[in-house]
Each structure stands twice: as C-alpha cells, then as structure tokens.
Design a protein around this ligand. Structure first.
Ligand code: SF4
Length: 293
C-alpha cells in the first residue's frame, strides 16, 4: 500500500484500514486549516487504488479490518463511477466490513444527486464525516469555507435521505467573541435540518501555516477565552432538536461533554456549567498550537 504525505483521519477511524484515494483537499483554502497545505490536490489513478486494496487484502489475510477510511480530504469529490469501482473492489476484498467512510464537505456532497448517493451507499460507503465548522454565513465567508448555511443543511439532508450515517463537526470559538451568537444559532439550525448521527465538537486554535495563524501572530486576531467558548457551546446545545450523539472528543476542547440528544441535554448542560465554574487557569493555555485539528 502506498501513502503520500501526512495522512489525517477522524479519531473514530483510528482502527480503520486507510486507503488513500485522493491526495490533499480539492478546496484547500479554509483560512484556519493547515492539514493539506503541502499537498497539491489530485485524484489518484483508480488502477493504483485498486492495487492498494488488493495488497491490503493479502497483508490482512485471515484477519481483515472491521472498518475502512478513504483518505485524503473530500474523497467524495471523485466521480461517482470512480468511487463505485473502488467500493466494489473493497467489498470483493473485504466482504465483512462494518463501515466504509470518507470526508465530505458540503460543497462536494452537493455535487452528486440523491440517486448517485444511493448507488454509493448500496456499494458500501456508509458514513460521511462532514466538516461543517459553522452554519453562520458571515463566518463561513470570513474563513473561506467555500459553502453556505443552506448548502450545509441540504447536503446533510441529502446524505441522510440516501441512508448514510452522518458525522458533522462543529468548530467552537471559530467566530471569536463577536460572532459567537450567530455561529452557535446558525450552526444549530444546520444541525437541526441535517439531524446527523454524530455531532463532534472541535475547538478553534490558530495553526501555524494558516492565514488565521498569521493574523494571530501579528496581533490582528483575538481568540475567545475558555469561558466564552463554553458559553457558545451551551448556546448551541440548548438549541439542538435532533437525535444525534454529541461528542466532545478532541484534546483541544475545554469540557468533556457527551450525550445523546435530546434526552441527555440537561446532563450535557450541567457538564458545561461545571466547567464554567472553574477559574480561567484551570484550562489549557489559549493560543497557537503546533498540532493539526
Ligand atoms: S477544512 Fe476541510 S475543506 Fe477546508 S481546507 Fe481543510 S480539509 Fe479542505
């Protein structure tokens, strides 16, 4: 199996076999993201991907993986026919897989029809990890996310209607103190429209090699303190009406919030309130970090 450059995958795919279908991210212009800055985007040759799947089959032998993740960023941008070839090979090689997943930002999800998504679902792709980050249009524009509140909601609905499991990511603190309310309210509206199976919380921290990282180093970007971010998370959770599992599963987050909506809402709000009662120095330092999200 061949891998090119640093490989990223969601924490929940830590045990997954990774097959790299694309190199880098077709957008690669989000002002907070440094994951694929060093890679020029391209779709790998399908023949090479199929060879990698075959080789993985030989390597795993009688102990096949339970789950598989298609890297890099936004592999769903591949033509549906290309993805179907890869998925058929994966199913032939590992017929017992419980889950095949990929990253899919809304603008690339929206490129395919419901019919195409159903075909992909039938061929074995089963969960999409969608980096929503925010549903607030002014913030989406500010960070150059390349999508809109409406497109995010429609992409989520499309995937759910096609039978996918959907994991959506919210980037707490991304709008700083100024956009906090709009960020929480509009993101809740998108999440309510899409009703994902999983809502995963991440917390914004400026990264080296990004435009927002540069602005932070130049003193032009002010980031929220932990209490502000926790307040925002509280606003978000108060407004959620879906049935998903909310997980705060990243070391950058300020509180260990976890629960099934809507039943565990009050438990989660209490978890946040406990964190809100702590002094500022009880949290990790706020500032530039050297890791990637
Ligand atoms: S956040 Fe996602 S869509 Fe934006 S540049 Fe990074 S990988 Fe690409």
């Amino acid at each position: 199996m061949r891998y090119e450059g640093m490989i990223y995958r969601p924490p929940s795919e830590g045990e997954s076999l990774i097959i790299q279908t694309t190199i880098g991210c077709p957008h690669n212009r989000c002002r907070f993201c440094n994951m694929y800055k060093s890679k020029r985007f391209r779709i790998r040759k399908v023949a090479d991907i199929l060879q990698d799947v075959e080789e993985a089959g030989r390597l795993y032998g009688g102990s096949p993986p339970r789950t598989l993740f298609l890297a890099d960023g936004n592999s769903v941008v591949m033509r549906t026919s290309q993805l179907l070839s890869v998925l058929r090979k994966i199913r032939e090689t590992f017929p017992g897989l419980e889950r095949v997943t990929a990253y899919g930002a809304s603008q690339y999800v929206a490129h395919k029809s419901l019919e195409e998504w159903r075909e992909l679902r039938d061929a074995g792709l089963s969960r999409i990890h969608c980096g929503m980050e925010s549903g607030h249009d002014p913030l989406l524009r500010l960070v150059n996310k390349g999508t809109t509140m409406r497109e995010q909601a429609e992409a989520g609905r499309l995937l759910r209607e096609a039978g996918f499991e959907l994991s959506m990511y919210y980037l707490a603190g991304l709008g700083g103190d100024e956009m906090r309310k709009g960020h929480a309210e509009d993101s809740a509206a998108v999440l309510n429209a899409a009703d994902p199976d999983f809502i995963r919380i991440r917390t914004f921290s400026p990264m080296p090699g990004t435009e927002l990282g540069d602005e932070f180093l130049q003193g032009r970007l002010k980031i929220s303190e932990p209490h502000g971010v926790l307040d925002e998370l509280r606003m978000l959770i108060e407004r959620l009406t879906g049935n998903g599992l909310l997980l705060s599963d990243h070391w950058l987050n300020f509180a260990p919030v976890r629960g099934r909506l809507p039943d565990d809402r009050d438990v989660m709000l209490r978890q946040i309130d406990r964190a809100l009662a702590l002094p500022g120095d009880a949290f990790r330092p706020v500032g530039m970090i050297s890791d990637s999200l």
